[in-house]
Design a protein around this ligand. Sequence first.
Ligand SMILES: C[S@@+](CC[C@H](N)C(=O)[O-])C[C@H]1O[C@@H](n2cnc3c(N)ncnc32)[C@H](O)[C@@H]1O
Length: 418
Amino acid sequence: MKFIDLFAGLGGFHVALNALGHKCVYACELNDSLRKIYEKNFNINIDGDITKLDIKKIPRHEILCAGFPCQPFSKAGNSQGFNHKVAGKMFFYLFKIIKFHKPKFLFLENVPNLLNHSQGKTWNFMKKRISKLGYEVDQKIVSPIDFNIPQSRNRMYIVAKKNKLNGFTWPKKLKPKNNLKKYLSRNPKLIKEMTEQRKNAIETWKLFLTKMPKTKYLPNPLWSMEFGATYPFENTTPLKIKLKELKKMKGKFGVSFKNMNKKEILENLPNYSKVRTEKYPKWKIKMIKKTRDFYKENKKWVYKLIPKLINLKSEAYQKFEWNCQGDKFNFTRKIISFRPSGVRVRRNNSSPTLISSTTSQVPYLTWKKRFMSYEECLKIQGMEKLKYYPKTNGVFFPAIGNAVNVKVVYKIGKELFN
Ligand SMILES: C[S@@+](CC[C@H](N)C(=O)[O-])C[C@H]1O[C@@H](n2cnc3c(N)ncnc32)[C@H](O)[C@@H]1O
C-alpha cells in the first residue's frame, strides 16, 4: 500500500512500513537538517511546515502515519495541550489532511500522557473527531521493553481503520529477557563526552555506596541537601515562619542560618523548599522526611562525605535515585542517567527512555565507562540501518529521542494491515 509520513523526523514510520512492504509517497518535516537527512536516506522529496502545505497536492494514499508533536501533552512539558501556541494546534492540521484524503488506515503516535491529559478530555475530543469521519479508533500504551527491545519507552499508539478495525489485536507482550548486551557495540564510534562535573558526581556517589552499610535501606530519592538540615517542613515551611525563628535553624547540608541575612538564607535552602506556601504537599514532606531519617541513622559515616556532596554544586547531582532496591550497593553493571530530578541509577536490563528535550540524559553505562553511543541509540530505536543520521549532539539526541521505535511500529503495523 501507499503511505504518507507526516512529522517525519528521522523516519521511524518510514523504516518500519518499508519493511512491511509499503511505499512512501509523501513526507513532511519542519526541521531543515532532518529533512536533508530524510531525503538522502529515502531518496524522496520531503515537504516542510505542515501548516503551510497545500493538502490537495498530497498524493493518494492508503495509510497515514504521524507521530504528531507531543510536547504540549507531555508530562515533561507544561501540559498546555490545545492551548500550546503552535504545537497544540498540530492535531487540527493533521485532522484536516485526514478529513480531505480519508485514507483507509491511520497510524499515529504520541506521549502516554495524551491519554489522561485534561482528565482524558483531550484524547476523547480527538477520538470523537476522527470517529465521526467514519473510522473505528483504538489506542494503547506500548513500550519496546514489552517486546524484549531493551528500552523503557511508554508511548501511546493510535490505530484507526475506515468502518471497522475488524479482527485487529495489539501484539502480545513477550516474556522479559535481559538482552541489552546484544545492542551494545565493542568499538562504538560516536560517543558524547563526559563533563568533569558529571565525572565528579559519579565518583562521589560511587564512594557513597561503598560506605553504605549492607543491611541499611537507601531511600529513593535521597535528597542529600537535607543532611543536617533542620528548617521546618512538616507543619509549616521556612518562608512562612519569622526570620528570627528561622535563624535558629539549619539549611542545606546543616549550614547554620544564625549569622545570615535573608538573601543568604534563601541561597542556603534547597530549591524545592523555597515555595511560599503554608504547607508542602504530602509527597514532598515524605521525601524530605525519608532523607532526614536516613541521615539520623547514618550520620556517623555520612557527615564525612558532606564536603564532597557540596562540591557537586548542582542540586541535580546532589539528589540520588537508587532504582535498584535489593542489589548490592555499587555501580557494577548499572545504567546512570543525569536527570533534573537527580542522578538516577537503574539495572542494566534496559535503557531508560531516550528523550528529546535535552541532550543531557543519554544513558551512561558504568561497566563500559561511557555514554551509550549514537549507533547504540539508533539500534535500540530500531534504526541501525539508517545510512545517514545527524552527527552532532544537539541534533542527534533530540531527533532519536523524538523518533518512534521502529520495531514497535513494525509489530503493530503487521497486525493492523493484515
Ligand atoms: C514526535 S517527532 C516525530 C518523529 C518521527 N515519527 C520519527 O520517527 O523520527 C515530531 C516531529 O514533528 C516535526 N514538526 C514540528 N512541527 C512541524 C510542522 N509544523 N510541520 C512539519 N513537521 C513539524 C518536528 O521537527 C519533529 O521532528
